[in-house]
Design a protein around this ligand. Sequence first.
Ligand code: FA5
Ligand code: MG
Length: 459
Amino acid sequence: MVTCLCKNRFGMLMVKWKIDPCMQAIKSCNVGSLGLSPSLLRTYSQNLQPAKQDVKQEKSVSIKNINYRTDEWTNVTPKILSHIGRNLHLQKDHPICLLKDLIVTHFYSKYTRSRDRPIFAVSDNLSPVVSTHQNFDSMLIPKDHVSRQKSDNYYINSSTMLRAHTSAHEADLIRSGLDAFLTVGDVYRRDAIDSSHYPVFHQMEGVRLFTKHELFQNSDEKLSLFENGVELPDKQSGHTLEATKLVEFSLKKALEDCMEELLGKGIESRWVDAYFPFTHPSFELEIKYEGEWMEMLGCGVLRQNILDNSGANDRIGWAFGLGLERIAMKLFNIPDIRYFWSDREEFLVQFRNQKNIKNLKLKPFLSKEPALINDISFWIPNNFSSTDFYDLVRNVAGDLVENVSLVDEFTHPKSGEQSHCYRVCYRHLSRPLSQTEVSDVNDAIKREIVSQFGVRGRW
Ligand code: FA5
Ligand code: MG
């Protein structure tokens, strides 16, 4: 374990305990392997050429029968686009769908108005194709903010993208008049490759707004939601401290109750201060998973500008965004995020027609084959980001790769050229991998590095 300063994708530095990536690579090599379909395995071994991935060389890209023009921002790949429409959160008996239903049922039954009508509205079929305005501007993310980088997102073109979070729908849903809602959907990010990160995953967004009377429960006419104050670490300039504290309490209580309902009373969890451009104060909830703290969700008191811009200027509110895969991993004892995309019957059958979902634990069905590790070093091109390499690896090797970590960086003392060394950890899902087989995949990755990045390898 090492202590380090780390950032969430919205940029705030936080001191956290984090396992060294190198150690993580080695540690996760002991985790059980996954279920790839035999046909997919044949594809890997017979055809090591990556799918044609330069969508931007085409004039347009078609998604759900709609054509979008491409431009210099386009970086979606056919592999990523192939996930659109899978909608794991809508597949009956899929663990992501089961978990979504458990959370929705919890919110439906716990928060009701007269005659048991649920307070929260639920939407789970909004298109993942959104405008950059929805994904960023509507959530007050500045034009030059790091989280907009091409290296972190999948752009269809300069103004359209695959949503990077379900927060992309918040402003629209508030504008439509909703005061309390849950939104579930697939989100897309160029991110790390390891057991808890996948470029496509599922988030649930929750928002609840309060009028003055709802928040203070008509207790004291003198209390108010708003003031003309200054921003402090625990409140926004336009909010009173008492209103903020009540909203924060309501938010944390709602999430703690939900996690307790799902994962049981004894779970080890902790709140960590965080930063998001769209909430203040902001928090993340971490839960112990296999001995390590795993971040499950981000949340906070919504920036008042979002409510003002969406016609809800007389209200104050909270919002959260949680990662369904991470919670499902904890709930069902699923050791690796790639399982969710597995079409192996041994995996899916364990969730089918089950009654006691909350007590369901995945029974290991795969032998623990040893992982094979290969290091790849190359001179990096200008404007290179590690996520360019992660995308390339996913394109060539798919889910055969369990983990990739940057283990060394080197700058040539004379030429100033920089090189990166990545440790790629391979593990087959149902059978041992031979070193020859892995070498073939590894060589295909190297060929692709040279052709895509136009650089020299160091192998
Ligand atoms: C967000 O996406 C914010 N929109 C959440 C939010 C909403 C904050 C509303 C405040 C108010 P973040 O990038 O931390 O935050 O992602 C939220 C959760 O998604 C994480 O806590 C984690 O559970 C999950 N997550 C993030 N990246 C990945 C990934 N690559 N694979 C799987 N799950 C992920
Ligand atoms: Mg986060």
